[in-house]
Design a protein around this ligand. Structure first.
Ligand code: NAD
Length: 494
């Protein structure tokens, strides 16, 4: 495996603007030849992705361990199985998705019929991040291929083992005249962004999201931006606390040690309930990760020293460091930070104003649980919002009053696995969505097609525009059948 990666590294092409332009030109020529239009090509490519994931599950888990020390169970569930499920669904539903949708027409176009014909956008660019580097690279590619596009994938340089594996596997398994990988860092991504694409799907932080959108604007290219944010978890009293606690931990530390876009970023609960919740979190965390979590094989490490430094800086801020009520241990040489809980950190601290994206979890306390809505709404719109409650009124109020990419009542993160739900952010947490059929739609243009014959040609739409025609048009617009009849016969109603 290591020697294969070294070979892949050696054969890496340096992509500058000129190489990128040639690459896009080649793909565009291949796309114009209409090979991607056929159902057969799309299904064969989707099956290749599925086979690739099946054949190389162990290599994928190894690469993820090398990049993030990701526990194998998390790699299998959150990266490989979710990709396989997206592929299987696309293969199963593709014929249906590709079929034009018949729609009703209006009286204005009578007689006629109409349909919405999905067509591929063309050549699309997928830029992916390091935290779920396998899934978040290939899941958008599944949508792009299902919709019949040519694709360039640019995986993240921050997860180099997975990037290199993707480069190798896509070359081996996919139709390389239409599906390509470009490895590299900012220079390569910038060279790619200079080109004209028909859609760019970017998953990552909002700062680079703005760079992507500005580059896309030069060519009027549409973007799908899958960004992050501070996803809150509101915990009410009177709940099954053990189940709630376990579900919070499952969506935070048991998901890449908090390095997940939809992980709980902070908890809001009442002053009265906070001690109970804290005890429960401590208790369950110890059961899951033992007394020395820095040694646990079931926790990912921090991806690199930059992110380690960023996270420890959040903890070391003067007004924050004294607020740690659990954890706080760190091991710089192994890039490990233990699950850490903070209580009542000041709202103007950096940890309460930036996406944490790591194993730190502040708890904010309020007098009444209803106050949580104002706290959430005072920030930017999150990618996800979670509420644990048995109170029906609170549930309804939360769903109506909080704006977020998605939300779950009484669990965390698993909405991502429900492929009938769109996955995406709103405002600062992103634009557009994908998953399931939404992935096909995200990479398709919905072409409106109206069919007419030569019968029923209405003279009223042609000049000369007489007074009689004007009366008829007005009568038709106002829906007056009597007026229309009068106008047709040249009579005046007055
Ligand atoms: P990252 O650093 O791996 O960057 C993502 C991609 O952007 C990489 O391919 C990288 O090459 C490219 N890039 C970086 N700097 C660039 C520049 N200056 N110009 C052009 N391209 C550049 O990933 P990240 O941003 O650290 O990822 C973490 C963020 O992503 C978090 O905010 C997280 O919430 C968000 N995220 C969102 C989702 C989602 O589905 N909504 C999923 C995962 C992560």
């Amino acid at each position: 495996m290591e020697s294969e990666m070294a070979a892949a590294e050696e054969s890496r092409v340096v992509v500058d603007a000129e190489v990128a332009a040639r690459l896009v030109k080649g793909l565009r020529e291949a796309f114009v030849a209409r090979k991607t239009r056929s159902y057969e090509w799309r299904v064969s490519q989707l099956k290749s992705i599925l086979k690739m994931a099946e054949d190389h599950e162990q290599d994928i888990a190894d690469a993820l361990r090398s990049d993030l020390a990701k526990p194998e169970l998390e790699s299998v569930v959150y990266e490989v199985a979710m990709l396989k499920s997206a592929c299987t669904m696309a293969i199963k539903k593709l014929k249906h998705w590709m079929t034009p949708e018949k729609v009703k027409t209006s009286i204005t176009a009578f007689p006629s019929s109409a349909e919405i014909v999905p067509e591929p956008l063309g050549v699309v660019l997928v830029i992916s991040p390091w935290n779920y580097p396998f899934l978040l690279s290939l899941e958008p590619v599944v949508g792009a291929i299902a919709a019949g596009n040519a694709v360039v994938l640019k995986p993240s340089e921050i997860s180099p083992a997975t990037s290199s594996l993707l480069g190798k596997l896509i070359t081996e398994y996919m139709d390389n005249s239409l599906v390509k990988v470009v490895e590299g860092a900012v220079a390569e991504t910038s060279a790619l962004l200079e080109q004209k694409w028909d859609k760019i799907c970017y998953t990552g932080n909002g700062r680079v999201g703005r760079i992507v959108m500005a580059a896309a604007a030069k060519h009027l290219t549409p973007v799908l931006l899958e960004l992050g944010g501070k996803s809150p978890v509101v915990v009410d009293s009177g709940i099954n606390l053990q189940v709630a606690t376990r579900r919070i931990i499952a969506g935070k530390w048991a998901c890449n040690n908090g390095q997940t876009c939809v992980a709980a970023d902070y908890i809001i609960t009442t002053k009265d309930y906070a001690p109970k919740l804290l005890d429960s979190l401590k208790h369950e965390l110890e059961k899951f990760y033992g007394k020395n979590p820095l040694e646990s094989k079931d926790l990912s490490r921090i991806v690199n020293s930059n992110h380690f430094a960023r996270l420890t800086k959040l903890l070391d801020e003067d007004k924050v460091s004294g607020k740690i009520v659990h954890g706080g241990e760190r091991d710089k040489s192994n890039l490990r930070i233990a699950p850490t809980i903070l209580l009542d950190v000041p709202r103007d601290s950096v940890i309460m104003n930036e996406e944490i994206f790591g194993p730190l979890l502040p708890i904010v306390t309020v007098e009444k649980v209803e106050d949580s809505v104002d706290i959430i709404n005072s920030g930017t719109k999150p990618l996800a919002a979670y509420l644990f409650t048995n109170n029906k009124k609170l549930k309804e109020h939360f769903v109506m009053a909080v704006s977020a990419g998605g939300m779950i009542v009484n669990d965390t993160i698993i909405h991502l696995a429900v492929d009938t739900l769109p996955f995406g952010g709103v405002q600062e947490s992103g634009m557009g969505s994908y998953h399931g059929k939404f992935s096909f739609d995200a990479f398709s243009h919905k072409k409106a097609v109206l069919y007419r014959g030569f019968a029923g040609d209405v003279p009223v739409r042609y000049p000369p525009y007489t007074k009689g025609k004007l009366r008829l048009v007005k009568a038709l617009i106002s829906g007056s059948i009597l007026g229309a009849i009068f106008a047709l016969f040249g009579w005046s109603k007055n």
